[in-house]
Structure formats: structure tokens, C-alpha cells
Design a protein around this ligand. Structure first.
Ligand code: NDP
Length: 500
């Protein structure tokens, strides 16, 4: 066996002292909560990352009231002043990507390269929206009535509640917080309780900028208590959420009672179609990365592999060999290709899906088992189901696990029909050498994102991101499309009168 400790990165986090509970940022002040939680490393449960405050209900009103005042002040800042704030945040994230990526990998479990890449990408969201601060240009039109002009402009929506998940703790939060600030809003952020250390690190970077006191709040606490109270609070003008469909539906119900604007990215069941003319080595590498990157805990994961029967057997053989060769290990161990699952609960759910799949008649070609490792953590082997049908629950429900299913089809038409036969609609991909098929697929796949000869996971920051069906609700995120959610439109009619 390898000597784990000698291979570990130097991951002593400079920004955490485990003897000091990390606090919430309430109304501009670092504030203790009503209780606190432990944050453990899923790669090594003996590694306590720190203690984190849990906000109480009384703290929400205080922070929302302060955010309301700060938002007005922030909206009146000059464009270049706002731009500088966002640019500073982005630059610091990129400069500290190694340090903060280490912390992220330590608490979430993704391999260090993915953690570092995520923090760097988070920085790019801020620098992109820094530039967008200067590109907020409205429209001007003549009225149908003589002598009247019309000005159409976007204004901030107000106080935005950001509720983010653990699987991309820094990037997802950043693609929400950066546009919220860019368009002149205040932010109250409730991060996932599984990844509070990354949240505190980002909050510390934002808080020290030239922003009005209370413009940005961090309210760590459980979703069911402080999260629920936040989304029910009428002082919130807009809610942006990424997480499960079940919680998303509850948030939408709470939001509608107050007529609060809402935007949600939820589950998915993304399919990668592998055609008979595909470059099979490419297809296998796309499937492996798409299915097992981030331990399969991605809303863009390739969880259904829809494979043409002409290449099915060779594809499966190569896929299984690739999955079996993957190195599962401590997130900070050099050479690790797949880290642990994020939590014990998620691991139990994953193993329950393995049982369910085999009880439904699917064959587990490899993996899907709990692994004993030198460190006590939530490890499991990457699993591939074969002989599955699209009707099985393992092909209809989001598993969020290092598990993928192969579905055999006899034609391109059957592949497209299978790809589209789902309640979700976030991403889909095709591997083919045929331009005609690629083009037909691009136009007929019912997903918000389509990829051709590329993984179903991995998107850019300057273009829209979102899906259809149960995957998304409300306006798209990222790129210029984000303005739709983070602003409200004002139409002004101006009669200038006679110059004489
Ligand atoms: P959740 O949907 O429960 O959590 C997402 C975020 O919502 C977290 O910040 C959570 O807080 C918060 N939250 C939970 N309940 C409420 C509530 N009632 N009101 C307001 N906020 C709430 O996802 P889980 O972390 O429990 O993961 C469960 C499943 O969800 C996964 O297996 C996966 O299928 C899916 N998921 C999908 C994601 C995606 O990117 N599409 C991301 C994460 C999960 P807290 O964690 O502190 O309780």
C-alpha cells in the first residue's frame, strides 16, 4: 500500500483555526450563532476541519433589514467602484486557488485538481461580472405618441437570498453572488451545511471589500430551519437556489406565497448518446469523466449512457476496464482520480440505489461497493450498470452517485427518443462523426445544454446555463442571461415639451 501521509499536499489551511468557531456575517458583523456544528473531512473522518456557527431565526430579520439599507447605498455606487469590488474578489480567488482549492477538496472530497479548478473558475465569475458592471446599457425608443421618448432600463431587484449546494460550494455560490452584486443587489447567502469552510473563506474575501456594511451576509445553518425561514421571509425580494427537486418545489411554494421572484437549478438525468460511428476511445473517456468526475455528484453528470448496439459490447468492455482502473482515494492524495462521497447519508443512498438497480434486473458490471481505505471515509468504487432499460428507477431518478447505466438502442432515432424520455432536461451529449446527426441532435434534444463530442459536464461562464422540465425553473443563470433574474425592468416615458 502507498504511504498516504507522505503523499498528501501541504494542506494546513491558513485561514482556519479549529479552536475558534467560524461565525456568521449578520448585518455586517461576524456574529455567533445559536449553536454550532462540526465539519469533518469525508476523506478522513478523524480530520476535524472546524466548528461553524448556526444562525438562529432572530438573526435573519436583523440581517435582512440591514441588507435593505445597504442595497440602496450600493446601487448608488459608481460603475467603476462596483467593478473594482468584483474584480478584487475575482483576482483574490484566482490568486488563492491552490490554498482555497485544498480547503474545498478537504471538506467536499473532490480531488485537489478539481477543487483548485473550481476556486479558479469562481474567480472568473467575479471578473466576468466585474466587466459586466460597465455593460449595463438600456434601450431607447420613440413613443407611438408624438413628442414622447421611451427609456427602458434594468434596476436591481433588491435583496437576494442565495441558497447553494455542497457539490460546487464555491463556484455555484459565485455564479449567483457575482451577478447579484454586479446588478446592484444585496445578498443573504445560506450555503450548504456540509461545506461551511469554503463559504466562510469566500465570505471573508467579500466582506473586506469596499462595500456598504451589511450588503453581504452569510447565514450558515441547516436548510430545514434557517433556509426555510429565509425563503419564507417577505423581506426577501428574490431567491436563487441550486439543489434537489424536492427542496426546490418547497422553495417555489414558499416563494409564491410572498410573490417572491425565484430561480432554481435542480436535479437531472443527463444522457450521453454513443453512436455506431463514434470514436470509441473518445466516447469512453467522455463517459468516464462525465459519470465519475466529482464522484458523480454533479447536476451535469452522465448518468445514462445510450449506446448503439453496433458498438455496445466494445464500448462496455472499455468502459468497465476504465472504471475498474480508476484510482479512488483521499481527495488530497496525489494520483487520486475519484474522491469519497460527500457524506454518510449520501453513501447510504448510493448503496441503496445499487441494490435497487440489481433488484430491477440491471446487471452491475463493476464497482458500486463500499471501499475500505487506509483512512476512514465515505469511499465507494465507481459502478457501471448494464442491461438496463430507460424505465428502471435507476434511469429515472437522480442518484448523485458514482454510478452510471448503459442503455442499448438499435438506431439514432431510438437514441434520441431515449435521451428525451425523462422528466429532467439539463444537459445531453452525442458522440458521432456524422455532422448531420450531430446537427439533428443539437436541434432536437430537449435539454438546456447540448454537447457534441464533449462531456455532458463542463460549461463556460459567459453563456447561459440551465435546463428544462424538473431541472430548472425561472430565468437562466450565468452570462448576460443572469440579468433577467437579478434585475427588474423599468419603462420611462418622457415628454420633453417644446424647445421654444
Ligand atoms: P438539498 O436540496 O437538500 O440542499 C441544497 C441546499 O438547500 C442546501 O444549502 C440546503 O441546506 C438547502 N436546503 C435544504 N432544505 C431547505 C429548505 N427547506 N429551505 C431552504 N433551503 C433548504 O440537497 P442535499 O444536499 O440534501 O442533497 C440531496 C440530493 O439533492 C442529492 O442527492 C442530489 O440528488 C440533489 N442535489 C442536486 C444538486 C444540483 O447541483 N442539482 C446539488 C445538491 C444536491 P443544508 O444542506 O444546510 O441542509
Amino acid at each position: 500500500m502507498f504511504d498516504l501521509m507522505s503523499n498528501l499536499f501541504e494542506f494546513q489551511p491558513r485561514n482556519l483555526d479549529i479552536d475558534v468557531t467560524k461565525l456568521n456575517l449578520i448585518a455586517g458583523e461576524w456574529t455567533a450563532g445559536e449553536s454550532e456544528i462540526e465539519n469533518l473531512n469525508p476523506s478522513d473522518l478523524s480530520d476535524l476541519i472546524g466548528m461553524f456557527a448556526q444562525a438562529g431565526p432572530g438573526q435573519l430579520d436583523a440581517t435582512l433589514d440591514r441588507a435593505r439599507l445597504a442595497q440602496v447605498e450600493w446601487a448608488a455606487y459608481g460603475l467603476e467602484r462596483k467593478q473594482a469590488v468584483l474584480m478584487n474578489i475575482g483576482n483574490e480567488l484566482m490568486a488563492r486557488a491552490e490554498e482555497l482549492g485544498t480547503l474545498l477538496s478537504r471538506e467536499e472530497g473532490k480531488p485537489f485538481a478539481e477543487g483548485k479548478g473550481e476556486v479558479y473558475r469562481a474567480g472568473q465569475f467575479f471578473t466576468y461580472y466585474a466587466a459586466e458592471c460597465l455593460r449595463q446599457i438600456g434601450e431607447n425608443a420613440d413613443s407611438v405618441r408624438d413628442g414622447i421618448e421611451i427609456d427602458v432600463r434594468r434596476e436591481p431587484v433588491g435583496v437576494v437570498a442565495v441558497i447553494s449546494p455542497w457539490n460546487f460550494p464555491t463556484a455555484t455560490a459565485s455564479w449567483k453572488i457575482a451577478p447579484a452584486l454586479c446588478y446592484g443587489n444585496a445578498v443573504v447567502w445560506k450555503p450548504a451545511n456540509l461545506t461551511p469552510a469554503s463559504a466562510v473563506a469566500l465570505a471573508e474575501i467579500i466582506e473586506k471589500q469596499d462595500i456598504p456594511k451589511g450588503l453581504f451576509s452569510l447565514v450558515m445553518g441547516s436548510g430545514r430551519s434557517v433556509g426555510q425561514q429565509l425563503v419564507e421571509n417577505p423581506k426577501v425580494d428574490a431567491i436563487t437556489f441550486t439543489g434537489s427537486v424536492q427542496v426546490g418545489k418547497g422553495i417555489a411554494t414558499a416563494a409564491i406565497r410572498n410573490l417572491t421572484k425565484v430561480q432554481m437549478e435542480m436535479g437531472s438525468k443527463n444522457a450521453l448518446a454513443v453512436m455506431d460511428d463514434a470514436d470509441l476511445d473518445l466516447a469512453v473517456s467522455l463517459a468516464l469523466g462525465g459519470a465519475f468526475g466529482g464522484t458523480g455528484q454533479k447536476c451535469t453528470a452522465s448518468s445514462r449512457l445510450v449506446v448503439h448496439q453496433a458498438v455496445h459490447d466494445v464500448f462496455v468492455e472499455k468502459l468497465v476496464a476504465g472504471a475498474e482502473a480508476m484510482i479512488v482515494g483521499h481527495a488530497l492524495e496525489k494520483g487520486t482520480q475519484m474522491g469519497p462521497v460527500v457524506s454518510g447519508q449520501q453513501l447510504d443512498e448510493n448503496l441503496a440505489y445499487v441494490k435497487l438497480g440489481t433488484s430491477e434486473g440491471a446487471e452491475l458490471a463493476c464497482g458500486g461497493a463500499r471501499l475500505d481505505m487506509p483512512h476512514d471515509g465515505f469511499y465507494m468504487s465507481p459502478g457501471v450498470f448494464v442491461n438496463t432499460t430507460n424505465e428502471m428507477r435507476i434511469n429515472r431518478e437522480e442518484m448523485f452517485a458514482p454510478l452510471t447505466s448503459v442503455i442499448k438502442v438499435d438506431s439514432y432515432e431510438a437514441a434520441l427518443e431515449t435521451v428525451n424520455d425523462t422528466n429532467f432536461g439539463l444537459t445531453s451529449g452525442i458522440v458521432t462523426r456524422s455532422l448531420a446527426r450531430a446537427n439533428h441532435f443539437r436541434r432536437n434534444a430537449r435539454t438546456g445544454v447540448v454537447t457534441v463530442n464533449l462531456p455532458t459536464a463542463g460549461t463556460d461562464y459567459h453563456v447561459p446555463f440551465g435546463g428544462r422540465g424538473d431541472s430548472s425553473y425561472g430565468p437562466r443563470e450565468q452570462g448576460k442571461a443572469a440579468a433577467e433574474f437579478y434585475t427588474t425592468v423599468k419603462t420611462t416615458y418622457i415628454s420633453a415639451g417644446s424647445p421654444h
